[in-house]
Design a protein around this ligand. Structure first.
Ligand code: AMP
Length: 286
């Protein structure tokens, strides 16, 4: 059966209600589309567990900061249908902005889900102020619309994954979050919809981001524990044409910065190649 594309919340709820008549496990994979092998790994994981796998494709305006790439973000629904279907999705939920936010022009009127400041004033949240408010709000809405038993999130967006797990705990949302490993190109580059923006020349520069996190992991394995030294190792591996936004070492259970790393430390980086912002991370145990 080919994947069903649904644009309306009411219609999706009707279909889910039908499916709920039998005891079925429902999975949700939230995405912004432009699906690649990273997204497909989440969909495959979801469909290996669930009876009904729903992939949302929605470029969520409220998680973009002013001046970011909301308008030019790649929208490729036709190709996404094939990708989602081949990975095992049953339904694509692709709502319009007005379907999700009927009153977006009055943005200040929207009820938001806001993660704790101390967990967003680091890493991606520091430069993307309000980004995680937008993420948590849309994910909460999607959870309420679909009411999934499980939801898959990628470890590529490691701070997002941490905050979603915490939100689900804090707000008693009845969904199990399944973390899925970061998928890379063979050469190491973390797969991202934003890689589409990169020219061949930029891709060579971007490769130095994964090179940098791998070098840090290797230095850690060779016995270096001090973040200051590991930071320098990372920096030394970055291409001159790459502008570092942050390179942080945090504990994977608390997301608090650490001075000396161990097997529970996440090394996370964001950097710009031209005007393209890319992220990568590695858990040092790997
Ligand atoms: P996005 O469409 O970028 O919002 O991502 C949707 C989901 O796919 C998020 O849970 C991401 O963490 C996940 N994802 C994106 N890229 C990758 C990747 N390279 N490996 C694993 N998961 C990914």
């Amino acid at each position: 059966m080919s994947v069903l594309v649904i644009n309306e919340i009411k219609k999706l709820r009707e279909i889910i209600k039908e499916n709920r008549k039998e005891p079925k496990t429902i999975a949700l994979v939230p995405t912004m589309g432009c699906l690649h092998e990273g997204h497909k790994s989440l969909i495959a994981k979801a469909s290996s567990i669930a009876d009904l796998t729903i992939v949302s494709v929605f470029v969520n305006p409220i998680q973009f900061c002013p001046g970011e790439d909301y308008d030019r973000y790649p929208r490729t629904l036709e190709a996404d249908k094939d990708a989602a279907q081949s990975a095992g999705a049953d339904i694509i939920f692709a709502p319009s902005v007005s379907e999700m936010y009927p009153n977006l022009q009055k943005f200040s009127d929207l009820t938001m889900v806001v993660p704790p400041y101390e967990l967003t004033d680091i890493m991606c949240g520091k430069s993307r102020v309000g980004h995680f408010d937008g993420v948590e709000t849309v994910v909460t809405k999607l959870f309420n619309i679909v009411q999934p038993d499980i939801a898959c999130f990628g470890m590529k967006d490691i701070q997002q994954l941490f905050l979603i797990k915490k939100m689900v705990r804090d707000l008693n949302i009845p969904v199990e979050i399944i973390p899925c490993p970061l998928v890379r190109e063979k050469n190491g580059l973390a797969l991202s919809s934003r890689n589409k923006y990169l020219s061949d020349e930029d891709k060579v520069k971007a490769l130095s981001i994964s090179r940098s996190v791998f070098a840090i992991r290797d230095a850690y394995k060779a016995g270096i524990k001090e973040t200051k030294k590991l930071f320098d190792t990372g920096l030394a591996n970055l291409d001159k044409g790459v502008e570092l936004e942050y390179l942080e070492f945090v504990d994977e259970n608390t997301f608090k910065p650490v001075e000396s790393v161990n097997q529970d430390t996440i090394c996370a980086m964001a950097a710009r190649v031209g005007n393209v912002r890319l992220i990568d991370n590695i858990i040092l145990e790997v």
